[in-house]
Design a protein around this ligand. Structure first.
Ligand SMILES: Nc1ncnc2c1ncn2[C@@H]1O[C@H](COP(=O)(O)OP(=O)(O)OP(=O)(O)O)[C@@H](O)[C@H]1O
Length: 629
């Protein structure tokens, strides 16, 4: 995408955001209609028939309530993840609005929600809440960017693609972590940027490790850094790597949304452990006791006046307590070398703060409107991600078609080419054979497998049999002509393939029998219906069956993929977004198995090349060999 002026750029973004808002409202309405007519859980945005099974008090006095189905029934597949904003409501009072909260933990049978008040009722439902506040904050950031002056204005225009990025001669650094040569070069390059630099990190190449080093170097040079990512998980992954390298890091955000192990670095906890916070707590307690005294009935002559005085005193005390609390918060923030937050920034909290360097990890998963809040606080900005993996989530199909699903990082690479980015090329995850196809199709053949993983096999793990007949590293199993056809899930719109599912179950059981731990296996399916079917049939604790989205950024020793689509008309639906398949394949460390119908998939040049690649590699099999096709 190219824009002629900042005005045309921001007008386009505003239109896209309006379309997103409309599409989200439509999706909510659709969900309500489905609730009335059939199974509300099918939307993946609602869980019904829940009971309160446990509770504890979390940070800042919030109630953390565990909800579960009767008799420990597993929860349905849903988009409700840790950090999702939700509404908890009483199923017996459908007309009441319910309470807003945030998912703070999830297991296969229970979901914990952080709520400000105790939820009343017996049977509950939890609905994913639309994120209007995020959109409003994005609009605010865009409006300010539109009016920007001076240096911010120049940075803005480089980001939009209207001005050339500039670089100083690279300096040399004394690195704190052991980086490979391309990682070192990437740090030198990024830190030489006067306005913008981009780091392209293909799977397993140590993008986050490199970003943490780069941030540490900036801090050593006396700079203040804002480290962001679109998701809470992304922020926490970065935070985890920054903490050992930088003395003072603060994580801004709802503690319920932060990994438990990292909560000591949240602003809430740091403020809480500040010495002056004891005084604030005393002041609040004192104010409460004044309020209680004031509310006691009294027959004294001047009781009205006395009550009024007590209320006034309590109010004044509270005002002072809040002031002091704000002061502590600002002190903690000012003392931090690095502030970590999602891209949805709390503007009141950060105030006018600007940073020498703003780093955005997973930048390929944020759409254009999401970057402006952070970008406006930057002297220089570094975007890192992999545009060959999952794009930003966009609800409006029309806005996506028009370009909202293209991240600013992807756009900058397309506009500026090699001048603006460096690619990390040594990967520490996949056996060479697993990497090869992705490498050729997506990474210009640049990727190199590090010696520590290049030839690693399943048999190198402890307790794996059979050692004398090693498991092949890669295999594509073709169902062409076998009649293993896809079907629609009854009452649903999602697709599944029962015969492929049966094959997957057999394969998985064989790996388990060979000694592979359930937690080392990923079963990946593109469609929710196939995931549901497989979860039903593969109830093994620790084994993960999910869609691609559930595995982004992660890895497993063994990855088994079912492509599902098998039909006479060669329709492959959203498998046509081949980046999803790239993500799925590149999760695997030692073994990759795929099953699909080449007659259906092969109409698409990407899948035709994939099957051809496996044939050439001697890793092509047909289900006809099984004798039960
Ligand atoms: N220079 C290096 N030497 C040895 N191991 C490394 C090096 N750089 C990264 N690694 C290892 O590679 C793995 C991936 O690193 P990291 O988590 O930084 O990758 P990533 O690129 O952010 O991953 P992804 O993008 O796939 O989520 C980690 O186990 C890390 O310790």
């Amino acid at each position: 995408m190219n824009w002629a002026t900042p005005e045309s750029y921001f007008e386009q973004l505003e239109r896209w955001l309006a379309m997103e808002g409309e599409a989200e409202r439509e999706r909510m309405a659709q969900r309500r209609r489905e609730s009335r007519s059939g199974d509300p859980e099918r939307s993946g945005e609602t869980i019904i028939n829940l009971r309160r099974v446990d509770s504890r008090t979390g940070l800042a006095g919030r109630d953390l309530i565990d909800f579960a189905k009767p008799a420990g029934e597993p929860l349905p597949m849903s988009r409700l993840k840790v950090g999702s904003p939700v509404v908890v409501s009483d199923e017996d009072r459908p007309d009441e609005a319910g309470q807003s909260g945030v998912v703070s933990r999830r297991s296969s049978t229970a979901i914990e929600v952080a709520l400000d008040d105790w939820p009343q009722g017996k049977r509950f439902r939890i609905d994913l809440a639309p994120d209007e506040s995020t959109r409003l904050r994005q609009l605010g950031g865009m409006a300010r960017a539109r009016m920007a002056n001076g240096a911010v204005r120049r940075l803005r225009d480089v980001l939009i693609g209207l001005e050339e990025p500039r670089f100083d001669p690279p300096k040399s650094y004394d690195f704190a972590t052991r980086l490979n040569a391309p990682q070192q070069e990437a740090v030198r390059f990024a830190l030489s940027a006067r306005d913008i630099a981009v780091l392209h990190g293909p799977p397993g190449t140590g993008k986050t490790t490199t970003l943490a080093e780069l941030i540490a170097q900036a801090v050593r040079a006396g700079q203040r850094v804002l480290a962001c990512a679109p998701s809470n998980t992304g922020v926490d992954n970065l935070l985890e790597k920054i903490v050992p390298l930088v003395p003072s890091v603060v994580r801004v955000g709802h503690p319920a949304r932060v990994f438990e192990a990292l909560r000591g670095h949240t602003l809430d906890e740091l403020v809480d452990s500040d010495e002056s916070s004891a005084i604030v707590r005393d002041m609040y307690r004192e104010a409460e006791s004044l309020m209680r005294s004031a509310s006691k009935p009294s027959r004294a002559r001047n009781s009205y006046q006395r009550k009024n005085d007590l209320y006034q005193e309590a109010k004044e005390l509270r005002r002072h307590a809040r002031q002091l609390e704000r002061h502590i918060v600002q002190q903690v923030l000012s003392g931090a070398d690095v502030v970590c937050t999602t891209l949805t920034i709390d503007e009141d909290l950060l105030g006018e703060r600007r940073f020498d360097l703003v780093v955005i990890d997973e930048a390929c998963q944020s759409a254009e409107p999401a970057i402006w809040q952070a970008a406006l606080r930057a002297e220089r900005i570094i975007l890192a991600g992999d545009h060959c993996q999952l794009p930003p989530t966009v609800v409006s199909a029309e806005a996506a078609r028009e370009g909202l699903a293209v991240s600013p990082m992807e756009r900058l690479i397309a506009q500026r080419g090699d001048d603006v980015f460096r690619r990390l090329i040594v990967q520490y995850r996949m056996h060479e054979a697993i990497m090869q196809f992705s490498n050729e199709r997506f990474y210009d053949g640049d990727l190199v497998a590090d010696e520590t993983v290049r030839t690693h096999r399943l048999e190198d793990l402890p307790d794996i049999s059979p050692v004398d007949d090693p498991h092949p590293v890669i295999e594509f199993w073709d169902t062409a002509g076998a009649g293993w056809e896809e079907e629609l899930e009854p009452d649903g719109l999602s697709k599944r393939n029962p015969r492929e599912a049966r094959w997957i179950v057999e394969q998985t059981q064989a790996f388990l029998a060979a000694g592979v731990e359930p937690s080392q296996i990923a079963v990946i399916a593109p469609y929710a219906a196939q995931v549901r079917l497989l979860r039903n049939r593969l109830q093994v604790s620790g084994l993960e069956v999910d869609t691609v989205d559930g595995f982004q950024g992660r890895e497993k020793e063994v990855v088994i993929i079912t492509f599902v689509r098998s039909n006479a008309i060669g329709e492959i639906g959203f498998l046509a977004d081949t980046r999803r398949t790239n993500v799925a394949m590149t999760r695997a460390r030692r073994v990759l198995r795929m099953i699909g119908d080449s007659a259906t998939l092969g109409g698409d040049p990407f899948y035709a090349a994939l099957v051809e690649h496996f044939q050439q590699a001697g890793a092509y099999r047909s289900v006809w060999e099984l004798g039960d096709a």
